[in-house]
Write a protein that binds this ligand. Structure first.
Ligand code: NAD
Length: 321
């Protein structure tokens, strides 16, 4: 199979490319990435030069380039996006361009080629805050941030291209990921690296917001399952099925880092901060996927990785964060 992976120099995309090349050594992978502040070729330096891997620097909004690359692929997996909610609140421009216009451009390119799969990588944030129960794939979308609204718009476009043009589309919506190579502005690597730098950890609001934390490799294995066994036109939630309040997450990171709770600094909540996300993942389980990493082991492994790779994260951190 020839895969066009967009946004493969980012956190999840780079972990996914590494997994694919290991599991399917005969596959050919092209990675199209604009290398925004979040894209980093160091994430893939161990596979640089491998014969079945090619990197192309470029924007998914560039139709000519997208057409050229899509026409040579059997499947497109679109990870490329602007992803940090706080940045989307400051300025949504890049989110509208990359997440909506970019997805539209890839869909247009795919419509004119003969691809077998168009897999859109989306997020549980499109469902909005879920007070009770668990979101199912056909629930209505109530995104609350410019980021999640742009991802929801892209999901609608992908689905519509499947219905209107019979494009073989699928969508995955995963919960919050963590693990190696995550940009240190996101909460888990921010807290781990702040502690390594002797700083406090800024916890939003009352710390009772709940997230279903998923280890990145479990998400990548789920995306692999959907790519190979998923049904055209379907949406698949991806989550670990556990709910962890931010305060518990913070205390666990402190404990594993052997740091006191006095390192917590409560800061005003993010505007529009969703209280709870929770996913029903039965559909994914029916594809045979099971989570491999327990939360504790995955968190330990992640802390170790940041401890052992200061050269990777130090230059990415602003002096003020
Ligand atoms: P990331 O910010 O680490 O990486 C995004 C990558 O996309 C970067 O390499 C960046 O350079 C690239 N990119 C951005 N705009 C581009 C453009 N216009 N053209 C080409 N490349 C572009 O993000 P991530 O955390 O790896 O997330 C990957 C995908 O998974 C995103 O679509 C995100 O919405 C989704 N997702 C992430 C999480 C999470 O917890 N990280 C959870 C659910 C879904």
């Amino acid at each position: 199979m020839k895969l066009l992976i967009t946004g493969g120099a980012g956190f999840i995309g780079s972990n996914f490319i590494r997994l694919m090349l290991k599991k399917y050594p005969t596959y050919k992978i092209v990675n199209l990435d604009k290398l925004t502040y979040a894209g980093n070729l160091e994430n893939l330096k161990d596979i640089k030069g491998q014969r079945n891997y090619t990197f192309v620097k470029g924007d998914i909004c560039d139709l000519k380039l997208a057409q050229k690359l899509v026409s040579g692929a059997d499947a497109v997996i679109n990870f490329a996006a602007a992803t940090h909610v706080d940045r989307s609140i400051q300025d949504a421009g890049d989110f509208i361009k990359s997440n909506i216009q970019g997805t539209y451009t890839l869909l247009e390119a795919a419509r004119k080629s003969k691809i077998q799969r168009f897999l859109q990588i989306s997020t549980d944030e499109v469902y909005g805050s879920v007070e009770k129960g668990r979101s199912k794939e056909n629930d209505s979308l109530f995104p609350n941030s410019p980021y999640s609204a742009s991802k929801a718009a892209a999901d609608h476009l992908v689905r519509a291209y499947g219905v209107t043009y019979k494009l073989p589309v699928m969508i995955t919506r995963s919960s919050n990921n963590f693990g190696p190579y995550q940009y240190p502005e996101k909460v888990i690597p921010l807290f781990i690296t702040n502690l390594l730098e002797g700083k406090k950890v800024p916890l939003y609001g009352d710390g009772l917001n709940k997230r279903d934390w998923l280890f990145v490799l479990d998400n990548c294995r789920a995306i692999d399952a959907v790519l190979h066994k998923g049904k055209t036109g379907e949406i698949y939630n991806i989550g670990a099925g556990r709910e962890i309040p931010n305060i518990d997450l913070t205390k666990k990171i402190l404990k594993l880092s052997a740091m006191p709770e006095s390192r917590i600094q409560y800061v005003p909540d993010r505007p529009g901060h969703d209280r709870r996300y929770a996913l029903n993942v039965n559909k994914l389980r029916n594809l045979g996927w099971r989570q491999e990493f327990s939360f504790s082991n995955a968190l330990k492994l992640t802390i170790e990785w940041y401890k052992n790779n200061p050269h990777w994260w130090k230059r990415l951190k602003k002096p003020s964060s």
